[in-house]
Write a protein that binds this ligand. Structure first.
Ligand SMILES: [Zn+2]
Ligand SMILES: [Zn+2]
Length: 271
């Protein structure tokens, strides 16, 4: 697109309709080639799907929805605003994301430089590539016409980047490191106490004893005999630090079971 293309034409470049002879003639523009054609030409050319811009020599493919009413009188401004919107949407960083005010200023300067590159078409391809790389590296959505190619995916994929780096593409400097929060563990009512402690061993004889008893509560809870005995023992002894076998041994050895320092230590170890 040359600058001449941007000066508002009086006639529709496609059908030649002139607003001076056709009062009420309305024009539409698109933000790919910025050609400006009349509404009638948009309807004629784009109603049946994607088509090429009908302005002579322009082969930009467009959908009908890409044609819109011009907001600014001057198409140059229209285009600059559009570019500015697009770049700001991609490089969307706030002051608090930067280490220092200076870093933020540098970022604003960089963004302005990229906008100006696109407006004046200096380093246009390189600038677009930088924006694309930034968007890809930061997981931003890119519109389908600029979808990542296989090569893009390859370059950005699996480079083992440090997840705390705020901008993996390296375009923006001075951003604070990302704080990676540890995933919160689910709530544990036992505060980390293992449920399978060796306080007891469910023996077949326990199950045999429980079997056959009219334990409606147990059956209602859907346990089988083994689970039921297990659950009862766990609830009875978990957290108490009671070792029945140890106590039995103590009982057999001495008339009065006195917990010695060792036993206390064992009990402490449980927690
Ligand atoms: Zn026309
Ligand atoms: Zn065009």
């Amino acid at each position: 697109m040359d600058d001449d293309d941007l000066s508002p034409p009086n006639k529709c470049p496609v059908c030649g309709s002139d607003p001076r002879t056709h009062p009420g003639l309305r024009f539409k523009i698109n933000t790919k080639c910025y050609h400006r054609i009349c509404e009638g030409c948009v309807d004629r050319n784009f109603s049946s799907g994607k088509a090429e811009c009908p302005v002579g020599g322009c082969h930009v493919s467009l959908w009908k929805r890409e044609w819109r009413t011009q907001t600014f009188e001057d198409l140059k401004i229209e285009r600059e605003v559009e570019i500015r919107k697009r770049v700001s949407k991609t490089l969307d960083r706030q002051e608090e994301e930067f280490e220092t005010k200076r870093d933020y200023d540098d970022f604003l300067e960089l963004r302005e430089e990229l906008v100006m590159n696109l407006v004046f078409k200096t380093d246009e391809a390189a600038t677009n590539r930088k924006l694309k790389e930034y968007a890809l590296a930061n997981g931003l959505k890119i519109d389908s016409s600029k979808a990542p190619t296989e090569a893009d995916k390859k370059t950005t994929k699996k480079k083992d980047v440090d997840p705390t780096i705020a901008d993996p593409s390296g375009l923006i400097k001075g951003l604070k490191k990302k704080v990676i929060r540890e995933a919160e563990a689910p709530y544990d009512p036992f505060m980390g106490m293992p449920r399978n402690m060796d306080y007891y061993e469910v023996k077949d004889s326990f199950i045999a004893r429980a079997r056959g008893k009219p334990l409606e509560a147990m059956l209602a809870a859907g346990y089988d005999y083994g689970q039921y005995v297990d659950e009862c023992l766990l609830r009875a002894f978990a957290g108490l630090g009671v070792f029945i076998e140890d106590e039995m041994a103590t009982k057999n050895n001495t008339a009065v079971p006195v917990p010695d320092a060792g036993a206390v230590a064992i009990a402490d170890d449980v927690f």
